[in-house]
Ligand binder design. Structure first.
Ligand code: FMN
Length: 126
């Protein structure tokens, strides 16, 4: 288990969108989400998104729970120049009841479910 903290937390707070990668039967599957729809809870160990569609992502996670996120922002300083990006690796599932769904429905009542990711590793790219 790892945590989203420090510079990666700053990037998550600043990123405009999030790239979400799961593994499907034909290879990697990409989905997207807005950065400000992402909730980071359980001090940095769990990431939660409201889900409207995400049917293929859900199918993929049932077969293989591994999930990766990429976030990036020019507003966060990298090691050499303005701009930092992070890859967040872990396992995920889509839940349709419980505390994480309640959390996202506070702001996004349309959510049919919540994508809940448990963070396994966090790394910077720049
Ligand atoms: C920047 C961005 C924001 C998105 N926001 C949402 C969202 O708020 N809710 C949602 O259900 N899909 C959103 N999507 C669309 C999903 O990524 C899209 O439905 C995707 O194909 C996931 O569905 P799939 O797993 O069936 O492919 C967004 C996509 C992008 C690129």
């Amino acid at each position: 288990m790892a945590r989203i903290e420090g510079v990666c937390r700053e990037v998550c707070d600043a990123t405009e969108y999030v790239t979400i990668v799961t593994q499907g039967p034909d290879g990697p599957h990409l989905a997207g989400h807005w950065g400000n729809y992402m909730r980071i809870v359980d001090p940095g160990e769990v990431v939660v998104f409201p889900i409207g569609r995400f049917q293929r992502t859900e199918q993929n996670l049932r077969a293989n729970a591994r999930i990766q996120l990429m976030v990036a922002s020019r507003k966060v300083q990298g090691t050499r120049s303005p701009g930092q990006g992070c890859v967040i690796d872990g396992t995920g599932e889509i839940v349709t009841a419980g505390e994480h769904l309640d959390l996202v429905r506070e702001k996004f009542p349309w959510a049919r479910g919540a994508l809940v990711m448990r963070v396994g590793a966090v790394s910077t790219q720049l």
